[in-house]
Design a protein around this ligand. Structure first.
Ligand code: G4P
Length: 523
């Protein structure tokens, strides 16, 4: 793979790894970073892995914040490409963070445990990728352990995900007898635990396979032939459109198959794609800088109360010191200290190109979903907010601290930890989350970072929807007559809260001029 050195956009590959917990995402990340020279020692990502193991571990690590931010995005260079690997949140709760992160990538690696196949979370994440037709490269992991039959796994991908598969490599043995992989197109073999180049063979009838498979290679030959003849040829266009996935087999733990995977990302994965904005599609190679914020991380360092907005650059060149227009407020803001993230370090970014993710330190000016441009009034789509599935009233023991609680909730809502709704009837704030774990995290962070002890009380509302209407008078009158069920979200957008889905449907039917929506685009 040779990308033109003078074209930074073509060299960029911005991707995420999607997998079910325990499939090997952390191990693979670590090995990818080793390839890119971004870390010297295996183990750098491990702290995060530990963080995933239990709830309490996760939260205590999260409180340290340093670790998770360093792994939110990792940049490394390999094979003439600049890879930006965005981390999808590690905890098991499925949260909006995941959607937002996937809105900022151009491709994904799907890691599957060879013994387990497609698991629940992989499937959910895959569905999010499909919404944007994100191309997916599949890595079947843990071949060094007893696993399922490779045909069965391919079949499962095809059937459960409705995604065509093309095995690029094929495992030679498995479990204790896993000897390596055979690459169909080049008739080459890569042996496990043997560094260096691939071995050339005469094809599947090469006597090498008899040596590699001490129990006999006849079955293997038959299967490999079937796999090659029975699968669709690799079709780059179908891959890029998200209809076909090239499949690789390996063992992240043994650092096997990882090179083939990263080579495939360099060769097949698309360079930064055009991004849809409200008025037009912005192409990556356009000269003017544009970008959108998809993640905010605050209080990473409690001593400094810093706050970083992660922005994906969508076009042009971001240069340190430039001014960019924040479309939500119409104000120009200086980009003084943009940062790049490596496995353990961050450094000041002097320039960044489409596909790159930069951290922008700020004091609250930037929010999730914000668009920054060199002047053009456009807003990027695709960083949605979803109606929360759990609503709770939040109470504080010390009434003197009510104002502080409001401020803290505002900050944490801007960061995307929680959604906050202010009821029109003047009653206390209601918080909304997608997954229950978010409530624990909120309480922990309020205490650790703001010194606020809070508790939750069930709200009489269980469901909420953003309300809009093309007939403003009707919207106003609906809001006026339902005052006790209407609240404002962080941006002041009205939200209708209801006690049940049944009741909500009833109200929606009686008010056809009002649109009740469970997704709100930021801004
Ligand atoms: P995750 O981020 O997707 O949750 O998975 P992670 O990389 O943490 O891997 C989960 C477990 O699977 C780890 O074992 C890891 O060592 C193991 N693993 C990952 N890749 C492979 C592989 O290719 N082969 C084998 N045999 N195991 C693999 P653990 O017991 O939880 O941790 P540890 O004590 O081994 O470090």
């Amino acid at each position: 793979m040779t990308a033109p050195a003078n074209d930074p956009v073509s060299r960029r590959r911005t991707f995420a790894i999607i997998s079910h917990p325990d499939a090997g995402k952390t191990t693979l990340t670590e090995k990818l970073l080793l390839f890119g020279g971004a870390i010297q020692l295996a183990g750098a990502v491990k702290a995060k892995r530990n963080a995933q193991q239990t709830r309490s571990d996760w939260m205590s690590i999260e409180r340290e914040r340093g670790i998770s931010v360093v792994t939110s995005v990792m940049t490394f260079e390999y094979a003439d490409c600049v890879f930006n690997l965005l981390d999808t949140p590690g905890h098991e709760d499925f949260s909006e963070d995941t959607y937002r992160t996937l809105s900022a990538v151009d491709a994904a690696v799907m890691v599957i445990d060879a013994a387990k196949g497609i698991e629940a979370r992989t499937r959910k994440l895959f569905e999010v990728c499909r919404l944007r037709d994100i191309p997916i490269v599949t890595f079947v992991n843990k071949l060094d352990r007893e696993g399922r039959d490779p045909f069965e796994l391919l079949d499962e991908i095809e059937k459960t995900l409705a995604l065509d598969t093309t095995p690029i490599t094929w495992p030679i043995g498995g479990g204790k007898n896993f000897a390596g992989t055979y690459r169909f197109a080049t008739k080459t073999v890569r042996q496990i635990d043997k560094d260096g180049d691939e071995l050339k063979t005469e094809g599947i009838f090469d006597p090498l396979f008899d040596r590699l498979l001490p129990n006999g290679a006849d079955n293997w030959r038959e299967e490999a032939m079937l796999a090659e003849e029975g699968s669709k040829p690799f079709d780059l266009a179908a891959f890029r459109e998200g209809h076909l996935t090239p499949v690789f087999f390996g063992s992240a733990l043994r650092n096997f198959g990882v090179r083939d995977l990263i080579d495939a990302m360099a060769e097949y994965a698309p360079s930064p794609r055009g991004q849809e904005a409200d008025k037009r599609v912005v192409e990556a190679k356009e000269p003017k800088m544009t970008g959108f914020v998809f993640k905010i991380q605050a209080n990473m360092d409690p001593n400094h109360r810093d706050r970083i907005a992660f922005m994906r650059v969508c076009s042009g060149k971001l240069t340190r010191g430039m001014k960019a227009k924040l479309i939500r407020t119409g104000k120009n803001i200086p980009i003084n200290a943009p940062q790049f993230f490596f496995a353990r370090d961050r450094s000041i970014a002097d320039e960044a190109f489409a596909g790159d993710v930069v951290g922008l330190p700020n004091h609250g000016q930037l929010r999730i979903g914000d668009t920054l441009t060199e002047g053009e009034d456009i807003v990027f789509r695709g960083v949605p907010s979803f109606a929360p599935e759990i609503l709770r009233r939040i109470l504080i023991s010390d009434a003197m601290k009510a104002k502080k609680l409001r401020e803290a909730l505002q900050q944490l809502a801007e960061e995307g930890v929680v959604q906050v709704f202010t009821p029109h009837d003047g009653s206390g704030s209601i918080v909304g989350v997608v997954g229950a774990l978010q409530l624990d995290v909120l309480a922990q962070r309020l205490e650790a970072e703001y010194g606020l002890q809070t508790r939750y009380e069930t709200s009489r509302f269980t469901i909420c929807r953003w309300i809009t209407s093309s007939e403003l008078l009707k919207l106003k009158s609906f809001i006026d007559s339902n005052g006790s069920s209407v609240a404002d979200d962080l941006d002041g957008a009205p939200v209708f809260m209801s006690s049940s889905a049944f009741q909500l449907n009833y109200d929606a039917e009686r008010n056809p001029a009002i649109k009740f929506s469970d997704v709100k685009d930021y801004q």
